[in-house]
Design a protein around this ligand. Structure first.
Ligand code: ARG
Length: 229
């Protein structure tokens, strides 16, 4: 037992938004991924099991779900930003990311300027959508509710390119050799695990679990498991 109060007393409830492979994805009826394994370290420390709730990214990134008591933590490959930090509290960073561009192979789109007058798929509520809005002058953005819809739209030619985090796009091209990642934009993002504003007790447990995982090799093991190097 710990002095941490949880939404469901015997569980660590995690809000996430599926699919975001390899961070969270349903495989054989079970949600697995890098984030799942990282949060499991926290659950283990608290001596409870993790329970995952799949919910739209909007409610996660606005802090709405955490503040409504829907979940204890939000782990969704979520970038730490100043705006989000006003509405929820973040753990220390646990992963680095940058925006990247996905196209069908051989299209030749390597910059947002190349996409002037073309369609660029973005995922709703994400830092990629924000980046496209700010930097993609004259680019027509098309919003998608989740990553899977965005990836399919690129593959089928419904959009000319898609923007999202490098980790998920590189994972996708491995299994879809008709697509390629043509650019990385240096957005210097870091993922954090969200808790309700002021839940310092839980935030400190997460930070301690991350510190321990980095020093005892479990972070590296999880990294290798999902990224293979
Ligand atoms: N890192 C990006 C952001 O924070 C995208 C996260 C999307 N995550 C997800 N599970 N769908 O905006």
């Amino acid at each position: 037992g710990s002095e941490i109060s949880l939404v469901k007393s015997d569980k660590l409830t995690t809000c996430t938004h599926l699919p975001y492979e390899p961070f969270q994805v349903k495989k054989g009826g079970e949600v697995v991924g890098f984030d799942v394994d990282v949060v499991d370290l926290v659950a283990k420390k608290l001596d409870v099991k993790q329970e995952i709730v799949d919910t739209p990214f909007e409610g996660i990134q606005t802090g709405e779900d955490l503040n409504a008591g829907k979940c204890d933590v939000a782990a969704a490959g979520m970038t730490i930003t100043d705006v989000r930090d006003e509405n929820l509290d973040f753990s220390k960073p646990y992963f680095e990311a940058t925006q990247a561009l996905l196209t069908k192979k051989g299209k030749g789109y390597k910059t947002l300027a190349d996409l002037k007058g073309k369609k660029l798929g973005v995922q709703q509520g994400t830092t990629g959508a924000e980046y496209a809005k700010e930097q993609g002058k004259g680019v027509e953005t098309v919003q998608f509710e989740d990553l899977a819809l965005l990836l399919t739209a690129v593959k089928t030619g419904q959009v000319d390119a898609g923007i999202n985090d490098n980790g998920v796009l590189y994972d996708y091209v491995k299994g879809n050799p008709d697509t390629e990642v043509t650019a990385e934009f240096d957005t210097g993002e870091q993922y954090g695990i969200g808790v309700k504003t002021g839940n310092d007790a839980l935030r400190k447990e997460i930070d301690a679990a991350l510190d321990k995982a980095k020093s005892d090799g479990s972070y590296d093991r999880i990294y290798k498991k999902w990224f293979g190097k």
